[in-house]
Design a protein around this ligand. Structure first.
Ligand code: NDP
Length: 246
């Protein structure tokens, strides 16, 4: 149970982040979500979180922006009185072969998926140190573990996020703060809805469990990592991909 705890979920307005925010709320946590621009989705998630009887608030914040993340973390600390669980989930894709990949598309993906998590960890670091407890969960991808043609920017960012996870775990372990990463495979969200039908079919065919994952699959693991029972687990990267990359 997460009653009395406060969770922050970046990219909590839609997809995997939304499912994680709802699951943590069901477990009793108050939840702050960050979103990029989809105000309607963010407000809908907040009202769904509220149905669990906990406090919910949405903050518009581009995690790629250092100043915005600092101001948002400060606002959350003032509004909620503390942070116990940080889920770095916000992410974007800009797929393409390296040969034709624009530098801007490389930078956007790295700045959101990797630097965004760095900003959030940096600005909550002192709080976690003082608190001498906490959970940080980073949503990476199997692309960051295996690499993926057409995703040089994304797999670089997600591989970097694994390095950030392990470094954070080592720096904060003495303060009883754990940091782990979840590496999802193909999960049914807006991000993968953009894939061509043929690509989706080929993906499902390659997955031993013969289905795409659901945001709820990832949320269940995130809730475990956020809970007391995961207290001896840190620096780990857990793939949840239906067996795709075993
Ligand atoms: P979605 O595209 O469905 O949702 C993305 C979320 O991130 C939205 O809430 C969006 O906010 C938010 N977001 C995007 N950019 C920013 C930003 N700069 N600052 C703050 N928030 C931002 O993605 P998924 O739910 O599919 O993916 C969630 C995470 O899981 C990502 O990190 C992704 O890389 C990872 N992942 C997903 C997989 C999949 O198959 N779906 C597989 C492996 C990993 P808004 O609603 O305002 O746009």
């Amino acid at each position: 149970m997460l009653k009395g705890k406060t969770a922050v979920v970046t990219g909590g307005s839609r997809g995997i982040g939304k499912a994680i925010a709802l699951k943590l709320a069901q477990e009793g946590a108050d939840v702050a979500i960050l979103y990029a621009g989809n105000e309607a989705a963010a407000q809908e998630t907040c009202s769904l979180i509220g149905q669990s009887g906990v406090t919910a608030k949405a903050y518009r914040c581009d995690v790629a922006d250092d100043r915005q993340t600092k101001e948002t973390v400060d606002a959350i600390l003032a509004d909620f009185g503390g942070i116990d669980i940080l889920v770095n989930n916000a992410g974007v894709v800009r797929d393409g072969l390296i040969l034709s990949m624009k530098e801007e598309d490389f930078d956007t993906v790295v700045n959101t998926n990797l630097k965004g998590a760095f900003h959030m960890i940096k600005h909550t670091y002192r709080h976690f140190m003082k608190k001498r407890s906490g959970r940080i969960i980073n949503i990476t991808s199997v692309s960051g573990v295996t690499g993926n043609a057409g995703q040089a920017n994304y797999s670089s960012a997600k591989a970097g996020l694994i390095g950030l996870t392990k470094s954070t775990a080592k720096e904060l372990a003495a303060r009883n703060v754990t940091c782990n990463a979840i590496a999802p495979g193909f999960i049914d969200t807006d991000m993968t809805a953009a894939l061509a039908d043929k690509v989706r079919e080929a993906a499902v065919e390659a997955i031993p469990l013969k289905r795409m994952g659901t945001p709820g699959d990832i949320a269940a693991l995130a809730a475990f990592l956020a809970g007391d029972e995961a207290g001896y687990l840190t620096g780990e990267v857990i793939k949840m991909d239906g067996g795709l990359c075993m």
